[in-house]
Design a protein around this ligand. Structure first.
Ligand code: NAP
Length: 312
């Protein structure tokens, strides 16, 4: 049996529950692949799961691996996997339930994994799966935006926000958004215009947008409605029971839970390969020093880019 190192935990809790330990990866089952991880990226979802805030979905079996987004090399494939083969360089995301990307080896469902564009580094590739596919699905479900349309991205400099700005621009859509007052130059450099602060007055932008994407979950529904054109839609990616209930009603407000759709991830990877989609990397640490970095990540550090964990 192969053993490998991974960051895992034996009970839900704060960052103090994390351990770097040996584990034995399972043999990939039907539809699964084993990937040797070269780089992985942290997302807010990682600590929400580790805290136990999503245990209805993630279950109570331990030890649990941590981390979803990764880039690496396929080491073995399970039955029924024909799209990917041993030696392929890939990027992707582990499922919510299994996680385990902060590791030397991870077993994942192949549907959440695509080939990595050759010119994209493993670090840049690991930065994009979750935020890229979430932004992509927010913009394109149920239909792709058309050139000349307009989107408002609340929190336009976070991982999902930046991805949405770049993908929307790729579709010829104009992008407005909000960010912190100290980061306006960054947002201007991305082409966000008009640009407002988080607590902006929505009446100044009344009725201008086909899509309002709230990446932070802090935009009051009345404000989002004010921004919207007739026939437009509001997408929220930070679900609560009340938001799910509102989302089930007819109307423009919808909660999005991103899904592992292979063709969507392929389009996101293509945009990254073309240099259209790029996430800044704020810090890179080896797996052996990642627990300290993840502890800071819980407190919102580093700012302004992804935390990348490298192996090997
Ligand atoms: N539903 C899904 O499928 C799905 C998928 C991916 C992510 N998510 C969730 O979506 C959220 C964003 O993810 P992410 O990866 O983009 O996180 P992130 O990189 O941490 O970005 C969060 C952004 O929100 C901004 N922000 C902070 N306070 C704000 C406020 N009051 N109003 C507006 N914006 C504010 C932050 O600005 P500063 O950096 O200046 O503080 C930052 O730009 C997280 O809660 C994540 O768990 C959901």
């Amino acid at each position: 049996m192969t053993t490998a190192k991974r960051i895992q935990y034996h009970q839900y809790g704060g960052p103090e529950v994390l351990r770097l330990e040996d584990f034995e990866p399972a043999r990939p089952g039907t539809g699964e692949i084993l990937v040797r991880v070269r780089a992985a990226a942290a997302n807010p979802m990682d600590w929400k799961i580790r805290d136990g805030g999503m245990k209805m979905l993630t279950g109570r079996s331990f030890p649990r691996g941590l981390g979803h987004d990764f880039a690496g090399v396929v080491e073995a494939v399970g039955d029924g996997v024909t799209r990917l083969g041993v030696g392929d360089e890939v990027l992707g995301g582990a499922s919510l339930k299994t996680a385990g990307a902060f590791a030397e080896l991870v077993v994942v469902e192949a549907k959440g994994v695509v080939k990595k564009p050759a010119d994209l580094s493993f670090e840049d590739a690991a930065a994009i799966p979750t935020v890229g596919i979430t932004a992509f699905q927010a913009l394109t479900n149920p239909r792709k935006p058309q050139p000349g349309q307009a989107v408002f991205v609340h929190g336009c400099l976070g991982g999902v926000g930046r991805s949405a700005v770049q993908l929307a621009s790729m579709y010829g859509v104009s992008v407005a958004g909000s960010c912190r007052a100290t980061a306006t130059q960054d947002a201007r450099d991305l082409g966000v215009d008009p640009l407002v602060e988080f607590d902006f007055d929505p009446t100044t932008l009344r009725g201008r947008f086909d899509i309002v994407l709230d990446t932070a979950g802090t935009l009051p529904i009345k404000a989002a409605q004010t921004l919207l054109k007739s026939g437009g839609r509001i997408v929220d990616i930070t679900p609560t029971p009340a938001k799910f209930a509102r989302s089930a009603l007819p109307g423009p407000f919808k909660v999005l839970i991103a899904q592992a759709v292979t063709k969507d991830l392929e389009e996101v990877a293509r945009a990254a390969g073309q240099g259209t989609l790029r996430l800044p990397i704020a810090r890179t640490v080896p797996l052996t020093r990642a627990i300290a970095a993840l502890t800071e990540f819980d407190r919102g550090i580093p700012k302004g880019g992804k935390l990348i964990i490298t192996t090997g």
